[in-house]
Write a protein that binds this ligand. Structure first.
Ligand code: TXA
Ligand code: MG
Length: 326
């Protein structure tokens, strides 16, 4: 870690101790952190993001043993998960330790906890010497920041930023272990297939839900442009866009095979193409940056991916962000 980064972390840790907010990179996305035990500091997170008070936060710790500082009960299967996946992008929902203020868990008897693997995140928590409550860095409902410039766009100079690179680009996998069988609340970088190896059966909170077309139910990860999600290559034929002066960004994934057909189907419009990546890891890493940069366009058309492995996490974000799914 270079000198400049270390100085930023030291300054960040001081701010956390003083009850202020700090943006810091994790291996998933940037987090907007506050001392998890300081109710007033945590309140600032909800205020600056415009986050509904009933949406609980994740508490980040720097050592596995600190799970007992945050949670009151840690079942055996959970310890196996912790051994295998921490530090890393897996968030566990467990019974809350009463010492954690209710504002963190939005009044729920459970709390979400994870030990990140990013060296900057770990060092910040260590130097601040407290667990850090942190959601993604974004205005509530907007795509999560994965680069310092995204944070600037959302908050200007209002939050102190420790600069660094994220690794995955989508938020952690969240699993509720207080449910039987465990409930996958949010798919992410840790594939559900791997969780099943340890937990046996798991339930999917959302997979069974039919996506509602015009983004009525979901207001998440939403760019200001109109987002159309293509779930299969043939969907391109069903694409109907009313004529007019519109700038379109077409996002290709995995390969470029759809490009010519898309150019032909949209020949009446001004279309730019961008390639999100050749595999799930690359697409995940570029996803939010493309959604945020795509705000300069009237319409974004995103070529979907197969819903397996990390692809499930990618499609989960895109389905929530989409205005139309075809
Ligand atoms: O990768 C990540 O998880 C990032 C980095 C910063 O760690 N954080 C993140 O936080 O994505 P946020 O607040 O954007 O998403 C946390 C999710 C929300 O969907 C929230 O509802 C859920 O976790 N959550 C938190 N506590 C919960 C609880 N006690 N029960 C159920 N869901 C909970
Ligand atoms: Mg978020």
């Amino acid at each position: 870690m270079d000198e400049k980064t270390y100085e930023q972390i030291k300054r960040g840790a001081e701010l956390i101790k003083m009850g202020e907010l700090v943006a810091f990179p994790t291996e998933t996305v940037y987090g907007l952190g506050a001392n998890a035990f300081d109710e007033n500091a945590v309140r600032k997170i909800f205020e600056i993001k415009g986050r509904p008070m009933d949406n609980p936060l994740i508490v980040h710790i720097a050592s596995k043993d600190d799970v007992y500082v945050v949670c009151s009960k840690v079942p055996d299967a959970t310890l196996t998960l912790i051994e295998r996946f921490w530090p890393g992008p897996l968030t566990l929902v467990l019974p809350k330790n009463p010492a954690v203020p209710d504002i963190v868990s939005a009044g729920l008897p459970t709390v979400a906890v994870r030990m990140p693997s990013h060296p900057i995140a770990l060092k910040l928590i260590e130097l601040a010497d407290v667990p850090i409550a942190a959601p993604s860095v974004n205005i509530a409902g907007k795509p999560s920041a994965t680069k310092p410039e995204h944070i600037k766009l959302y908050f200007g100079d209002k939050v102190f930023v420790i600069e660094g690179e994220v690794e995955f680009g989508i938020e952690s996998t969240v699993i509720d272990l207080t449910e039987t069988p465990p409930l996958l609340l949010r798919p992410g970088p840790i594939e559900p297939e791997k969780l099943k190896e340890i937990l046996g059966e798991i339930r999917y909170a959302e997979k069974s839900e039919k996506p509602k077309s015009p983004g009525l139910k979901y207001k998440h990860y939403k760019p200001s442009s109109f987002l159309i999600l293509l779930t299969k290559k043939e969907s391109l034929r069903d694409l109907k866009i009313p004529r007019g002066e519109k700038k379109i960004l077409f996002v290709l994934t995995i390969d470029e095979s759809l490009k010519d057909e898309a150019r032909e189907a949209l020949k009446e419009f001004r279309v730019d193409f961008v390639f999100a990546g050749k595999d799930f890891r690359e697409i995940a890493k570029n996803l939010f940056d493309i959604l945020i940069r795509g705000e300069k366009y009237d319409i974004l058309i995103f070529q979907g991916v197969e819903e397996k492995g990390i692809g499930l996490g990618i499609m989960n974000r895109l389905k929530k962000a989409a205005d139309i799914i075809i």
